[in-house]
Write a protein that binds this ligand. Structure first.
Ligand SMILES: OC[C@H]1O[C@H](O[C@H]2O[C@H](CO)[C@@H](O)[C@H](O)[C@H]2O)[C@H](O)[C@@H](O)[C@@H]1O
Length: 596
């Protein structure tokens, strides 16, 4: 099992760090709502009474129905049929056995009587711009079998399209679903609501499907979340308000603008992008590191504004934390669990000091390569969009910000010997504010993750031919390139963001970075990875009749596993990446699509 612990502190320092972490993390937690970990950490929304009750229901469901096929998220997605107080009274009145539990019949009867089913507050809606075969759809896909399948994948947008039911608009307090005004594309299965970073690859697919209105509607929804909460939420549920996800809104706006030329859309999006940039550079997210040359470099990290169990996985988090002795250690772990969910890579040895022990998660102590690549892209996109809309001052400011972040990434993350950008570990990340950390080479995490190659996606890096050659060779010999895609890591930990799983977004960023670099060798490597990925998606689809959330990159036609929930189908970002790859590379008439 690969594990990484760059800092082996002296026992006295452990004591000091423990005292400091108590001072920094426990005091704000006892403050009544709205809570805030730092003075300007933005609006933090208190847990609603409905969520608190649904978590109790979740726990009761586990006790009553048992762990087999149990999905905790189902219970926080239920919506009330009548007032919470009526429902709570009926719950309290349920007959209890002497040990305090409820019978299966009573429990199921209670759910039936007082709740609408999970997902019933979102209704199917036909996307306004869907046509079975759009004009100019994937012109380079010549093989008949592949084309027929691509049209099936395209038609899946209809299955995944939803709009918020009027019931939610009438009685928002009955629902954990947030009342977004435009239709959304959901990932699928248990993921019944729109997700933040998933939406980027959904939109890439929608653009290949020429569904520009649907794509713009998703952005409008996400912007409305920034207007209300100051950041885009992990997903559009009341229980996701205290964390975000990898920030790709600017990339969505940029890609929609470059396809449609809609300046008005760009202009309307800009204020939200500026607000989001502030969020990711707020005092909890931003860290100053003194580099080897003595310069101060500012980078960002994930840091959820939350130190309680994640409501959608409350029973699981409580169980995980039960191994810890005191409340402060538990609160610390809960923040790390939520911050890891914010990273989108939940869960992975990437964030763990000991790869076999989830209680050693240390996400807030890590400066992540991919997050900073996304914020660098945000800065470049804002500079571009401000220029398009005629705001030169903003444009110049963000070009400078992008240059500064690029230098920071080079100086803190880049490892010339390995030809990769490496996550950087802080010794004191658990505090809400970290400043003046001295850079040390030994704090770079030398374990290999696909995220070490994500900066390739960004033009400022992929336009440098020498760099691309070096990174390409490093990728080739990294062990990540497997039979049918890029593995997430080299460690088979049983966590879903580890080996042997491959995820569509990761394939896409690395492939697109290589393909756009201008190097012939890099493009051919990109195409090779894309072809293998498309094949495994195709074969799995033919075998199972579904697109999957993640795939096993060792076995063609097999979906992935591991983690805290069963494998999901649908699936928004996988569909988007298949369509985006087919758009980029086409598929010749005589190229076979099966595994052998
Ligand atoms: O319920 C557990 C976790 O599920 C989500 O994470 C996974 O699915 C998301 C939707 O496809 C995806 O964005 C994320 O990268 C996946 O790891 C959710 O985002 C988590 O917050 C949640 O705790």
């Amino acid at each position: 099992m690969a594990s990484f612990n760059p800092i082996i502190p002296h026992p006295f320092s452990i004591f000091i760090i423990f005292i400091l972490s108590l001072i920094f993390t426990s005091i704000p937690m006892s403050t009544p709502t709205p809570t805030s970990t730092c003075s300007n950490s933005g609006p933090v929304v208190a847990k609603t009474p409905l969520i608190t009750f649904l978590e109790i229901l979740q726990k009761t469901a586990l006790n009553t129905l048992g762990p087999k096929n149990f999905d905790p998220k189902l219970y926080v997605d239920l919506s009330l049929k009548s007032n919470l107080s009526i429902t709570q009274n009926a719950f309290d009145d349920l007959p209890r056995t002497p040990n305090g539990s409820v019978s299966v019949t009573d429990f199921n009867g209670f759910i039936q009587s007082y709740f609408n089913g999970a997902g019933e507050d979102l209704v199917y809606t036909e996307p306004v711009d869907f046509v079975p075969e759009p004009e100019g759809f994937l012109p380079e896909v010549l093989n008949r079998e592949v084309r027929a399948w691509a049209l099936e994948v395209h038609s899946l947008w209809k299955n995944l399209s939803r709009k918020v039911s009027d019931r939610v608009l009438d009685r928002p307090e009955f629902h954990t679903l947030l009342p977004l005004t435009k239709p959304v594309i959901i990932p699928g299965s248990r993921f019944r609501e729109v997700y933040y970073w998933d939406s980027y690859w959904v939109i890439r697919g929608l653009l290949a499907s020429k569904m520009y209105e649907t794509a713009k509607g998703i952005v409008t929804n996400l912007i409305s979340l920034i207007d209300e909460f100051g950041h885009v939420l992990n997903g559009a549920r009341a229980y996701y308000t205290n964390r975000s996800e990898p920030p790709l809104l600017s990339a969505m706006v940029y890609d929609i603008y470059t396809r449609t030329g809609d300046v008005d859309f760009a202009r309307k999006s800009l204020p939200a992008l500026l607000k989001e940039h502030k969020f990711w550079n707020s005092e909890i997210h931003s860290v100053i590191i003194h580099d080897a040359e003595g310069c101060n470099r500012t980078l960002s990290r994930y840091y959820a504004m939350w130190n309680k169990p994640r409501p959608e996985s409350s029973t699981i988090d409580i169980e995980t934390a039960s191994k810890l002795m005191n409340d402060s250690a538990k609160q610390h772990l809960y923040r790390e669990l939520a911050s890891t969910a914010e990273s989108g890579w939940d869960f992975s040895t990437r964030w763990m000091r000991n790869g076999s022990d989830l209680t050693t998660l240390a996400t807030t102590s890590i400066m992540p390569v991919d997050l900073n690549a996304f914020i660098l892209k945000m800065e470049l996109d804002i500079a571009f969009l401000a220029n398009v809309t005629g705001d030169c001052t903003i444009s110049v400011h963000f070009q400078e910000a992008a240059q500064a972040r690029k230098q920071a990434m080079n100086s803190v993350f880049w490892n010339a010997e390995m030809g990769q950008w490496l996550d950087y570990w802080l010794s004191n990340g658990t505090t809400c504010k970290v400043q003046g950390h001295m850079w040390e080479a030994s704090n770079q995490n030398r374990n290999i993750f696909a995220s070490n190659f994500v900066p390739l996606w960004i033009e400022l890096f992929n336009s440098d031919c020498t760099l691309v050659e070096q990174v390409m060779q490093s990728l080739q010999s990294s062990g990540l390139i497997r039979a049918v895609g890029i593995a997430t890591s080299l460690t088979n930990s049983g966590q879903q963001w580890d080996f042997p799983n491959g995820w569509a977004p990761v394939q896409h960023m690395i492939v697109e970075g290589l393909a756009r670099s201008g190097s012939k060798g890099a493009r051919s490597m990109a195409e090779d990875i894309a072809v293998r990925w498309i094949r495994t998606n195709y074969v799995a689809y033919k075998k199972s009749g579904a697109m999957h959330e993640k795939y096993d990159v060792e076995k063609c036609g097999e979906f992935g596993g591991g983690g805290e929930y069963i494998p999901q189908t649908g699936f928004g970002w996988s569909n988007g990446v298949v369509l985006a790859f087919l758009e980029e590379f086409g598929w010749p008439q005589d190229l076979k699509i099966d595994c052998n």
